[in-house]
Write a protein that binds this ligand. Structure first.
Ligand SMILES: Nc1ncnc2c1ncn2[C@@H]1O[C@H](COP(=O)(O)OP(=O)(O)OP(=O)(O)O)[C@@H](O)[C@H]1O
Length: 332
């Protein structure tokens, strides 16, 4: 197989609420290649984390349907013993909150050694320590020997996230999933961590799935972007196309809600409403319809499909052809 690393087919992740299952990830299809950053973007509640956790096999009680083909092998619903061998080695994740991802009672060096021991049991103590020092250096920690002996609470948020990244890349994963890796950090530190992930992309030669609600982060980091709304992918395109020629009303609304210094505040288009809760989600028709009520009913497909409108550029539903912001006339 070429350089395709991951192919997700019709992935559906459903949670049990009272007596029924409700899909938080609904028939998602996408691919990730080696050396590629695929960003998944959407508001809170759109299903991004549920998707990431499905790839990592971290859902305890959810029902997972469809296929997660990692290097051709379906890893959806893999027995825990087999998933444990992949997780932390071939597939690794950087979590949102570095403090909760680290063990408060263990020094940093031991925490990184632990993940090395798990997947490379034959390493000697000296080899392990050398690798840890090298990893800490690789993630930009100035005095790795000193940090080796420190506890998580002794570090700043940015340092902790560097350690979490060191743990994620310790076993040279081929697929790295970063779930809002900078959300919990100060703005200046966010930039440093993004820069680090960008540098590592070349060094570790991995495919990266970057989950974020922040289109600024997407613009900086992504090669391709999948926009997620209410559990579905509504648009996929390469980064340049997405930033300059987005079509789906949701993508356009997200892009329009980014303030620019040249735009007057009164002209900002802020999307009204929120992503509906799982139980209240309309499962028939266009899921974004309720948030663009000024667009006529007939613009929407009854059963919205993904349309390939240019090579590699997919848009769900036909409503994009008739979409305009409330204060503008229809474009076509
Ligand atoms: N364990 C669970 N049980 C029931 N519902 C859940 C569970 N986990 C997530 N959900 C619901 O699934 C939907 C998608 O949640 P998810 O956390 O994946 O969204 P998200 O896009 O990652 O948002 P955020 O950026 O806030 O993390 C939400 O409606 C959420 O309430």
């Amino acid at each position: 197989m070429n350089n395709e690393l991951l192919e997700v087919k019709e992935l559906t992740t459903s949670f049990r609420i009272e007596d029924d299952y409700y899909a938080a990830v609904d028939h998602v299809n996408l691919k990730v290649k080696k050396n590629e950053v695929l960003a998944i973007v959407g508001e809170s509640g759109s299903g991004k984390s549920a998707f990431a956790f499905s790839l990592m096999g971290l859902h305890n009680k959810a029902k997972i349907e469809g296929q997660i083909l990692y290097k051709g092998q379906d890893i959806a619903n893999l027995p825990p013993s087999q998933m444990n061998k992949l997780r932390g080695k071939e597939i690794a994740m950087i979590f949102q909150d570095p403090l909760s991802a680290l063990n408060p009672l263990m020094i940093i060096g031991e925490q990184i050694e632990e993940i090395l021991t798990l997947h490379q049991p034959k390493l000697s103590s000296k080899e392990k320590k050398d690798k840890v020092i090298h990893l800490l250096d690789q993630v930009g920690i100035a005095r790795p020997e000193q940090l080796y002996k420190q506890y998580p609470h002794e570090l700043s948020g940015g340092m902790r996230q560097r350690v979490v990244i060191a743990i994620a890349i310790a076993n040279k994963p081929e697929l790295l999933i970063a779930d809002e890796p900078t959300t919990a950090l100060d703005v200046t530190i966010q930039l440093q961590i993004l820069e680090l992930i960008r540098e590592l992309k070349h060094e570790i030669n991995a495919g990266i799935i970057l989950i974020t609600h922040d289109l600024g982060v997407v613009a900086e980091m992504a090669d391709r972007v999948a926009v997620m709304y209410a559990g579905e992918i509504v648009e996929i395109a390469d980064i340049v196309t997405l930033m300059t020629n987005a079509k789906h009303p949701y993508t356009r609304s997200l892009l329009n809600s980014i303030p620019t210094i040249t735009e007057e505040k009164s002209k900002l288009h802020v999307i009204q409403g929120i992503v509906p809760s799982l139980k209240n989600l309309p499962r028939q028709g266009c899921r974004f319809k309720a948030r663009i009520p000024w667009i006529s009913e007939s613009a929407h497909e009854e059963n919205p499909q993904m349309h390939e409108i240019a090579p590699g550029h997919f848009v769900r539903c036909t409503c994009y052809q008739h979409f305009h912001f409330p204060d503008q006339a229809e474009e076509e």
